[in-house]
Design a protein around this ligand. Structure first.
Ligand code: GLY
Length: 267
């Protein structure tokens, strides 16, 4: 048996039409199915799926990512290979087309797990990764609307949907050898403070893969996930014998408790 799970991120709005995203997700699944059937590794397929999501311009990751408060992109991505439990991440990476590919290179070509900021950028440049302007007209329009709101009503009173919307993308794959792998990518919260890093590149918070018991890739406010190690917790519950549904319920409840405790005020 092989399997592939994708997500296009939290922050969906009831009034918005997501037909394009749903159709694109189907295309990704259809593109990845034969690769899994042909025996390709879970890590290759999880990475390739996230590359397609990053390249689509439909999600808040890669092309179409949302800028930070200063109008710049700082992208986070990670992946994890269940066969080795190795992981790689980049954080606050600026100017590259596929942060998830840079994260994979961190895992495979360095002794480290996470490279951030200018060091990550230098690493990606040295490896010849494709630099790209990621700003789409839609992202630019939203950023300008936010700036206009912020200057007319003040940053405390801007439309919370504009402020909080984020669409991290994630994938989990199970290959024909029974190996699990996962990957995720995001520009994080819209209009975040420059330098802010969320859960996605931090092992155990945004992504966790256990070779035998399961895998979890998270989406939502990284500030909450980082208060409860959401992905690790979900997989750990499975390791302790919980069903997938029960494990996810526990992880979500713990993450929601973090919201009740009120980290938002400190963000
Ligand atoms: N979950 C993505 C982020 O908060 O950055």
């Amino acid at each position: 048996m092989t399997a592939l799970i994708l997500h296009g991120g939290a922050g969906a709005r009831r009034e918005r039409n997501y037909d394009a995203e749903v159709a694109h997700m189907r295309q990704v699944v259809e593109a990845m199915r034969p690769r899994l059937d042909a025996g390709e590794s879970a890590l290759d397929v999880a990475t390739a799926a996230v590359v397609m999501l990053e390249d689509s311009g439909l999600y808040v990751a890669g092309k179409g990512a949302s800028p930070n408060l200063a109008g710049a992109y700082e992208l986070d991505a990670s992946l994890m290979d269940g066969s080795t439990k190795r992981a790689g991440s980049v954080a606050a990476l600026q100017g590259f087309r596929n942060p998830v590919v840079a994260a994979r290179a961190v895992m495979e070509r360095t002794p480290h797990r996470l490279l951030a900021g200018p060091g990550a950028e230098r690493f990606a440049r040295e490896l010849g990764f494709e630099a790209r302007e990621l700003l789409t007209p839609q992202a630019q329009e939203i950023y300008e609307a936010w700036l206009a709101d912020a200057s007319s009503v003040g940053p405390q009173n801007i439309d919370p949907l504009l402020e909080e919307h984020h669409d991290t993308v994630g994938s989990l794959a199970l290959d024909a050898d029974g190996v699990l792998a996962g990957a995720c990518s995001t520009s994080g919260m819209r209009f975040k403070t420059p330098g802010r890093v969320g859960d996605s590149p931090i092992p155990g918070h945004g992504l966790w893969v256990h070779p035998e018991f399961g895998a979890c890739v998270a989406t939502g406010s990284g500030e909450l996930m980082m208060g409860s190690s959401t992905a690790f917790l979900a997989v750990e519950e499975m390791r302790r014998g919980a069903t997938t549904a029960a494990a996810l319920r526990t992880a979500i409840e713990r993450t929601a408790e973090e919201q009740v405790l009120g980290p938002k005020d400190q963000v």
